[in-house]
Design a protein around this ligand. Structure first.
Ligand code: NAD
Length: 352
């Protein structure tokens, strides 16, 4: 029947803001532990070492791979611009990878990484952890089962004044190109694909930077998406909102009523067309970033143990990444982008 869980020895690469969360997740996983960790920043290594006596810590992944230790997989939590070389070295060392999003900032590099995983026959999963939050599992179930009848259109609104200079927060979004789209909207567009269970057919998009933005490049994204089955989604996301109090709403209108997600990580409700009020939908409690990441890790390790396809795999992620880049192109050209044509123009036909 069930195969016995193996104790996975993980190589954790990157111990920054998100790496600290992965540390917590792996430390409490029943079937995995951190066998070694990597970060070039000495104080960060010292902080990790103090909490993990006996666990080797290295400044580079090359040193970790050369140390004669044995790993069953790597968890890659570094900024995306180094992922291509890191993934190449890790696959050459025979390690499956769970990598943070975005996989890369250049689409062709993501294609290279996916090809490498496939050539080496090694799992590649990407950190699409928000799919695992109970609110999104339930939203997906209700939308794909057409609980309120035919799904028609939706509006996904995310408003935040994100202080990118705050201590303890990653700093590279302040200077990177398209920080909102590639660091944040990428999660939202992924959730739209996932929860509606439909691929995006076309995108009309504008990205821009408000005059007061602390980001060097665009902190606002507005997109109109047409999904399979003529489902239309109006998306707006900002990191440079004028108010420190965040705002979120994801509403979907269906033939027989509406669903409304009223909080970023929880609070799903619905109303039938003639209901005077929304009815909350019961959801399991979950700590955002922690429980969802733990669930992704569980799935990833389960796939390794049982030789199953990797969850949230590279090809799946590339569809969301390509959507982000199609949105950026739409903004640049002022034209709607048809995804099938975009795939053909960018040698991504293998995703069709
Ligand atoms: N899925 C999620 O929910 C989620 C949440 C936050 C961040 N992220 C993603 O995680 C990644 C990391 O973000 P972060 O917030 O931790 O950034 P960060 O800047 O806080 O931390 C990055 C860490 O990587 C280290 N690093 C840099 N180059 C390295 C290398 N070559 N080898 C090893 N370590 C290296 C840095 O020293 C730093 O400690 C990003 O891609 C980000 O988008 C995902």
């Amino acid at each position: 029947m069930s195969t016995q869980s193996k104790q996975h020895a993980l190589l954790l690469i990157g111990l920054g803001t998100r790496g600290r969360m992965w540390t917590r997740v792996i430390d409490s996983a029943p079937n995995a532990s951190i066998a070694a960790a990597v970060d070039p920043h000495e104080p960060t290594r010292a902080e990790f070492a103090a909490a993990h006596p006996g666990v080797p810590v290295f400044a580079t992944h090359q040193e970790a791979l050369a140390a004669g230790l044995s790993f069953t997989a790597a968890v890659l939590v570094t900024p995306p611009d180094g992922h291509l070389e890191q993934c190449r070295n890790l696959f050459e060392a025979g390690l499956p990878i769970l990598a943070e999003k975005p996989l890369t900032l250049v689409m062709s590099e993501s294609v290279d990484i996916i090809r490498m995983a496939e050539e080496h026959k090694l799992a590649l999963s990407v950190g699409l952890n928000f799919r695992y939050l109970p609110v999104h599992q339930k939203y997906r179930e209700l939308l794909t089962s057409e609980f309120l009848g035919t799904v028609g259109f939706g509006e996904f609104i995310y408003r935040r004044h994100r202080d990118g200079r705050r201590p303890g927060i990653n700093k590279y979004p302040l200077t990177m190109e398209q920080p909102m789209m590639l660091e944040q909207s990428i999660h939202h567009l992924d959730l739209i694909r996932y929860c509606y269970g439909r691929e995006v057919e076309s995108i009309m998009c504008r990205t821009w930077n408000p005059a007061w933005s602390m980001y060097a490049d665009d902190a606002n994204v507005h997109a109109l998406l047409t999904l399979e089955g003529d489902v239309a989604i109006n998306y707006f996301g900002t990191w440079s909102g004028g108010w420190n109090v965040p705002g979120f709403e994801w509403r979907t209108d269906c033939e027989g009523g509406v669903f409304v997600q009223r909080e970023l990580f929880s609070d799903l409700a619905y109303a039938k067309t003639t209901d005077p009020e929304l009815t909350p939908i019961a959801l399991e409690e979950a700590e955002a970033f922690y429980d969802d990441s733990a669930a992704l890790l569980r799935d990833f390790l389960h796939a390794l143990d049982n030789n199953l396809p990797a969850p949230c795999d590279g090809r799946d992620h590339l569809k969301t990444l390509a959507l982000c880049f199609a949105g950026i192109e739409s903004s640049r050209t002022g034209k709607a982008i048809v995804l099938k044509e975009f795939y053909q123009q960018n040698q991504l036909e293998f995703l069709l």
